[in-house]
Design a protein around this ligand. Structure first.
Ligand code: C2O
Length: 553
């Protein structure tokens, strides 16, 4: 195992797209940010130097951070933000996971431009992939181009102003040729391939908003991993990837004899239809064939480009099946005895009492879990408060209302706000039913748990029925993930063991939902021994007590 070291300089720069100069925050002057490549078992050391004018944290999305919650990088959950002109070094091991994860800022919506891929290769080299060895590996980061400042965006999301939309989606930072302004066409991301070669695309959805369809004209994919866990090879011509998810696919470049080029398209799914004037979020890239060793199969760069036929951007059916069809490559040890059952209702509610305002203004609407709209602490991070047994902080917390299924928890009335926390003992098997509202009122919700992978046992439409739906559980080879997509009008059941002491955020990965309260925090208590106890924080931990540091962003 090696030690892999990186320095991330966080700073602002101007990028010009669609006739506007926009000030964005980036890492090392790149968008997307640098891809980190490690071998399973390596130790990562990332020095974050904050040269931007606001606080920042970096979250290592999907990295388990065993006994190392201090490095999880969730703003105000596990640390106070790294203040302007300050540094913090994240140190952690990447063990027991292979495939693609990613990293992103975890304050406000800053991750819109502060993100990159995290690639984990097998210890015994690429010959030990459980699929045909690819000739080349390529990260594909799906993102979005916003002209609204992410801090402003967060304020609007927190006040339930969901009308903002990106100007475009992006593929590896490029807006693509469907976007033009004053006669200037945006660049396409270009993927150059050689006839007959196999490519491993490591696809990351770093976008703020919805799910995306991803297709390449004339080519099919074999899905081999999701969230850095191998899955049974799954053939499809359409990838469906929700915000926060990572999907590894093999593509064989076998189409060139026509001499053409092939568009790849990332199309945002908008189940509620267009929110405003922007009808769809779409970015196009181009797959182009270069001559192979025998000089064959070159794309004709002046000829027509094949366009993939995309699914309807309002239709989530394909997403339901795509996610439901994933199974682990091999049987996995699903724990049988459940210690704690939790039903978490995720929906939208009102902050104003019914009737207090004749027609409630938009700011009355928030997202929530079990009727509490989560608010981040403002004076110290939850982890620091728990570690130091900070009584004032802890008494201000709300107990997360843990209701076992099938208790109905949708409540049309008043929604409260608070820092809601659920305490759970070490080594507890928890089953969570994530229930979306059985009314056509929301998107599918991509839920993300920090610090643990979980098994997705089943998903369904309508309301979860404890008696009947257990028969649909996959207890043999369910996918192992850090993201669970709760289908629109439906539910998803996950199960995991609390093996990692610390404070772990569970939230919807749609930026507008995490900012408006669709979140809660698990506190996993220490186990009985020193090797099941969270060690003290690192020396340079951005403590919220430092008088120089203004807490918050
Ligand atoms: Cu990828 Cu809490 O986030």
């Amino acid at each position: 195992a090696a030690l892999v070291e990186h320095t991330f300089i966080v700073s602002q720069m101007k990028l010009n797209h669609l006739c506007n100069d926009t000030l964005v925050t980036v890492v090392n002057g790149q968008l997307p940010g640098p891809a980190i490549e490690v071998t399973e078992g390596d130790s990562l050391v990332v020095h974050v130097v904050n040269k931007s004018p606001h606080g920042v944290t970096i979250h290592w999305h999907g990295v388990k951070q065993q006994l190392n919650c201090w490095a999880d990088g969730a703003g105000m959950i596990t640390q106070c933000p790294i203040q302007p002109n300050k540094n913090f070094t994240y140190r952690f091991d990447v063990a027991g996971q292979e495939g693609t994860l990613w990293w992103h800022a975890h304050v406000t919506s800053l991750r819109v431009t502060v993100h990159g891929a995290l690639i984990i290769r097998p210890r015994s080299g690429p010959d030990s992939y459980p699929f045909p060895k690819p000739d080349k590996e390529i990260p594909i980061v799906i993102g979005e181009w916003w002209e609204t400042d992410p801090f402003e965006l967060d304020r609007r999301f927190a006040n339930s102003d969901f009308a903002d939309v990106p100007r475009s989606s992006t593929i590896n930072g490029k807006l693509g040729d469907l976007n033009t302004c004053s006669g200037v066409t945006e660049d396409n991301y270009v993927l150059e391939v050689e006839l007959g070669k196999t490519y491993l695309l490591r696809i990351v959805n770093a976008a703020l908003h919805p799910q995306y369809y991803f297709k390449i004209a004339g080519h099919t994919f074999t899905v081999v991993a999701v969230d850095a866990n191998y899955v049974k090879p799954y053939m499809t011509d359409t990838i469906v990837i929700a915000a926060g998810e990572t999907v590894d696919v093999l593509v064989v470049a076998a189409a060139a004899p026509t001499g053409g080029r092939y568009y790849m398209v990332a199309l945002g799914i908008m189940s509620l239809g267009p929110l405003t004037k922007t009808p769809v979020f779409i970015s196009r890239g181009v797959m182009s064939y270069t001559a192979n060793a025998s000089g064959k199969g070159t794309s004709d760069d002046t000829g027509p480009i094949m366009v993939p036929e995309m699914p309807d951007y309002r239709d989530e059916t394909m997403s339901f099946y795509f996610h439901g069809n994933l199974t682990s490559l091999r049987p996995v040890p699903v724990p049988g005895n459940i210690d704690e059952r939790l039903l978490i209702a995720v929906d939208t509610g009102r902050l104003c009492r019914q009737g207090s305002v004749p027609s409630p203004p938009a700011y009355c609407m928030v997202t929530r879990m079990n009727n509490i709209s989560f608010q981040l602490p403002t004076t110290t991070s939850l982890l620091q408060a728990y570690y130091k047994k900070d009584i004032t902080m802890i008494t201000s917390l709300r107990d997360f209302p843990s209701r076992p299924p099938p208790r109905i928890v949708f409540n049309r009335g008043y929604t409260s706000r608070g820092v809601s926390v659920w305490r759970v003992r070490y080594n507890t098997t928890v089953e969570v039913v994530l229930q979306g509202p059985p009314t056509p009122a929301s998107y599918s919700n991509p839920m993300h748990l920090h610090g643990h992978d979980f098994f997705i046992l089943a998903q369904g439409l309508g309301r979860y029925n404890a008696e009947k739906d257990v028969y649909a559980y996959n207890l043999v080879d369910p996918p192992v993930r850090n993201m669970a997509l709760v289908p629109m009008y439906g539910w998803t059941v996950i199960r995991f063991v609390t093996t990692n002491p610390g404070v772990w955020f569970l939230h919807c990965h749609l930026a507008q939902h995490v900012s408006s309260g669709m979140a809660m925090a698990f506190v996993v208590e220490n186990g009985p021994t020193t090797d099941t106890t969270l060690p003290p924080p690192p020396a340079d931990y951005p403590s919220c007590d430092d008088p120089d540091d203004k807490v918050g962003y």
